[in-house]
Design a protein around this ligand. Structure first.
Ligand SMILES: [Zn+2]
Ligand SMILES: [Zn+2]
Length: 275
C-alpha cells in the first residue's frame, strides 16, 4: 500500500504554481485518498483566508467520495494565530526570526538574506542565530496551537551551500534537542518534510537523520509530507522519507483522516506496508 495523502500543499493562492483544482486532480491521478491544503499565513506571504476557505470548501464538495480534502494552513509562529481561524488543521512553522528589522527576516528566503541575518543581527555567530531559531521553534505549539510541526530544522535550509555551521556541533544540537524534547512533551507530531530535497536544495530531509533518530528515541511521532509547491512534486520524496524513517527506527507514520465528528483526526499507518 502506498502512502496516499499529503497535508503540506501550496497553490497559486499563496506561493505555489498550480491551482487548488490542479493539485486535487493530480492527487486523484496518483491514487491519493486524502489531500490537505496548507496555504501560507505568515508576515511575508499570507492569503485572503475567506477566499481560500471558500475555494477549498467548493473542491471538498466536488471531490466528496473520491478524495478527502482538508483546508489547512501553514501558520508561522510570529504571525497572529487568529489569522488562521477557520482552517481545519494548522502546520506550525518557524520561518522568521524575531529581530528588530524593517522587513521580515526569514531563514528560508535567499542566501543573501540568511547571511545578512547572521552578520547584522547575530554578529556573525550562526550558532547564536540557530539558538534563537530553536527558542522560537520550541514555542511553536504554544504560539500556533498547531496540529503538527513543519520542517523542524529549516534554519539549515542554506547550510549545504553556505556551511555556516556544523550540524553535529553541540552548540547546534543542544538547542535543537532541547526544543524537540519540549515539543514531544507537548504531544505534537513532527512532519518529515521532503520539500528541500525535492527541489534540490538539500541532501537531507527535515529533520536531518541525527534529529530524526533523536525524535524516535524521545518517543515522537511523524507524518510524511512533500511541502509541494507544484503538482509534479505532490508525492515527491515519499519513498526516501519512508526509508529514512524506518532506518531511524520508526514503525508508523500518521495520516489525517476525517473523524466521526467531521474534524481531522490522526490515523496510524505501518511504514512496512507501503510499497
Ligand atoms: Zn514552510
Ligand atoms: Zn510549506
Amino acid at each position: 500500500m502506498k502512502l496516499r495523502g499529503n497535508y503540506h500543499t501550496h497553490t497559486t493562492m499563496c506561493d505555489g504554481t498550480n491551482t487548488p483544482r490542479e493539485m486535487a486532480q493530480r492527487a486523484l491521478e496518483i491514487g491519493f485518498t486524502h489531500l490537505g491544503f496548507s496555504g501560507h499565513m505568515d508576515p511575508d506571504i499570507h492569503m485572503d483566508m475567506a477566499a481560500y476557505l471558500e475555494e477549498i470548501g467548493k473542491l471538498r464538495e466536488e471531490y466528496r467520495g473520491r478524495l478527502e480534502i482538508f483546508a489547512g494552513a501553514e501558520l508561522d509562529c510570529l504571525y497572529p494565530k487568529e489569522r488562521a481561524a477557520g482552517a481545519e488543521y494548522v502546520i506550525g512553522s518557524t520561518h522568521f526570526l524575531d529581530v528588530d528589522s524593517p522587513e521580515p527576516m526569514s531563514v528560508d528566503n535567499t542566501e543573501e538574506m540568511m547571511l545578512r541575518l547572521g552578520r547584522e543581527y547575530f554578529g556573525g555567530d550562526f550558532y547564536a542565530l540557530a539558538k534563537a531559531y530553536y527558542r522560537l521553534e520550541a514555542g511553536v505549539k504554544d504560539r500556533t496551537d498547531c496540529t503538527f510541526i513543519g520542517h523542524f530544522d529549516l534554519v539549515t535550509r542554506f547550510n549545504d551551500s553556505l556551511h555556516f555551521l556544523d550540524e553535529a556541533d553541540p552548540r547546534y544540537t543542544g538547542p535543537a534537542l532541547e526544543a524537540m524534547e519540549y515539543l514531544v512533551s507537548r504531544g505534537v507530531p513532527f512532519e518529515i518534510n521532503c520539500g528541500a530535497v525535492n527541489r534540490g536544495r538539500k541532501k537531507e530531509l527535515y529533520p536531518n537523520t541525527f534529529l530524526l533518530q533523536s525524535l524516535q528515541k524521545m518517543g515522537g511521532q511523524i507524518l510524511i509530507s512533500s511541502d509541494a509547491h507544484s503538482r509534479d512534486l505532490l508525492d515527491g520524496g515519499f519513498a526516501v522519507a519512508r526509508e529514512r524513517a524506518m532506518a531511524c527506527g520508526f514503525t508508523h507514520t500518521l495520516m489525517l483522516v476525517r473523524g466521526a465528528d467531521g474534524r481531522p483526526a490522526f490515523a496510524e499507518h505501518a511504514l512496512d506496508t507501503f510499497s
